[in-house]
Design a protein around this ligand. Structure first.
Ligand SMILES: [Mg+2]
Length: 249
């Protein structure tokens, strides 16, 4: 009979550092975004011609298309939001002027902020990891926005460090941003795990830096490439993630 594995043996197998993406990995961006869009849809008959799912899908597509310009500092977040609502209106079959775009943008933003919450189960996961490993966040966005989100959802004392693209001048999937995180954790790539929802930024990014990825696939998307990357669709129960963390012997 095999002897039972001791707690210390298990602890030795844990990664030195667990890195998380922020948006839609720890912070529930989708929830906030849908709340903002749902509010506008209730208030505006022209938007109500489309389902919430359709509007959300198009808004997310615009966000993804425009966001790199915000990360690069070429557009302010407010200007980007105005762009998105003008494009969303055009997509929906109507035109809005700058003033109306500003109204949409302000109302959306207010609802977005009010709905901020962690991804369900994220706080419990961080509490389980606390003291067993170093916990870092690697995220692409403006530093003020990400710091504010982390505080708003009560994560600041649960994280050991943040690496934010704006502050570092480099964004995921560039391996340099992951190396900055490894330096902060004093860990080698093989001693780290990266968890994130974006295949391109988080999974591909981690692989490019020699870090083991776990894909946070909450919305059950098909794996874009047959790489056999481990995936989870939720943090409940906590063990769904933690059983994937120790390195295989
Ligand atoms: Mg993300």
């Amino acid at each position: 009979m095999n002897p039972p594995r001791s707690r210390s043996a298990l602890r030795l197998a844990w990664p030195e550092v667990v890195l998380f993406d922020l948006d839609d990995t720890l912070f529930d961006h989708t929830w906030s975004c849908r709340s903002g869009i749902a509010y506008l849809r209730r208030k505006d008959r022209r938007l109500a011609q489309h389902s919430l799912d359709e509007l959300f899908r198009e808004y997310s597509r615009l966000l993804e298309a425009i966001h790199p310009q915000v990360v690069a500092g070429a557009l302010t977040p407010d200007a980007a939001r105005l762009h998105r609502f003008r494009h969303l209106a055009t997509w929906g079959g109507f035109e809005i002027d700058g003033k109306e775009a500003a109204r949409f943008s302000e109302e959306y933003r207010r609802r977005y902020l009010r709905a901020r919450r962690p991804v369900p189960g994220a706080r419990a996961v961080l509490d389980r990891l606390r003291g067993r490993t170093t916990i870092g966040v690697v995220t692409n966005n403006r530093a003020a926005e990400q710091d504010d989100k982390i505080r708003a959802i009560g994560l600041e004392r649960r994280l050991d460090f943040l690496v934010i693209s704006e502050a570092e001048g480099v964004s995921k999937p560039d391996p340099r941003i992951f190396r900055i995180a490894l330096r902060k954790a004093r860990a080698r790539p093989e001693e780290a795990v990266m968890i994130g929802d974006s295949w391109g930024s988080d999974v591909r990014g981690a692989l490019g830096a020699g870090i083991r990825p776990i894909w946070f696939n909450r919305f059950h998307r098909p794996m874009p490439e047959p790489l056999g990357v481990p995936e989870i669709d939720s943090y409940t129960p906590v063990g769904g993630l933690t059983r994937l963390l120790p390195r295989s012997p």
